[in-house]
Design a protein around this ligand. Sequence first.
Ligand SMILES: [Mn+2]
Length: 413
Amino acid sequence: MVRFLQLADIQFDTQVLGRSASLRAMLKDAQRAALSRAIGYAITEKLDFVAISGDLFDADKLSFATERFLGAEISRLSEAGILCLYASGNHDPGGSRSRLRSVEWPANFIRILKGSPQIIPIYNSDRALLANVVGAGHESQAVEENLARNFPQADGPIPFIGLLHTFVTSAQSVESHDRYAPSTVADLEGKRYAYWALGHIHVRQKVDEAVEAWYPGILQGRNFKESGEKGGLVVTVHDSGSADVEFHAFSSVRWETLQLKTLESIESIAEFQSEAIRAYESTDPTRDDELLLRLELSGRSPLARQLAETDEAEELTRILTEELGVRHLELRTTNLFPNIPVDKFRGETHVLGEVLDVLEQAKADDNLLKRLKPGDLIGFEEQPEDLPAYLRDLLAGMDIEAVSRFVGDRHED
Ligand SMILES: [Mn+2]
């Protein structure tokens, strides 16, 4: 049996744009704290090795601080007699310019920087062979060739484990990743490995039922798109060749977005606060990580006009940050509309009446919805799975917006 921790796509020193200096500093600390937790876990659990499937950092930007930090963390593993196997990715290619080559690292840091596969035998303390890890690295920023194809076929009773940064063509969320070192499930399955430790796609997943090939996802979320707990995979490969895979959270801050949609009867800031607290409780705030929270307000609200004023929105943000005890809070009010009596303008012969009628019919009529859809829908190369639901989401609030555009928003009863 061999047990190891798989991490990937940590991306130290990547630039975080559009955030305050204090938030950027906090994220930097959070990334490091997450790695420290992961390393600590590997030591406590006496794992056989740690595997990092690429994009550990941004090649041009490996800062002195990160270099020192990584060195210290890998030394902790070294003292515990644990190997750290790392295969380079597109963000940290292992070519001649790689900073990894010029830095002196502890001897337990096995760097796989070349595209041709390399076999690293893993032994236990009695020098018994536990597994063969086969890894290949990206040598340049945009590797187009299929690196998996050159991996050797698994051979003999000792399990083989692949370590590769790759774009598996059928993986979930491939559309938001670059097609580097592409491979297919058939490529991976054909090698008969017990496990593939993959990197590149940021969404944690087993890529296919047919093969034990996993992306652990990123170690620490960096924005609201990367919401929820992040961490690594603890993998046990049994002598029989079967694998158990378990997710462990190591992230120290968590990004979450909450939707507040039923605000029609909320008329005071105090009531709004209670509503926000109620939603916040649903995020399981008893966990010990810190929360970066976005509240998306949508629909009609008597407070909409007031919240459209920057000063008022900032004040509410300040109050809620304190009240909820979150690290950072953002209010999104772009889909919040005043309580305009839309019905008053329906059925009229003017263009506003017509627009409202069409929008109302579209709520129930899928065919009409589809006719309203332009050829290219923003954000999609292919059609979303539930097209009518998606279109209804797009149209939500458009009736209020139409009234407000044509006759202004001072029509409350
Ligand atoms: Mn990558």
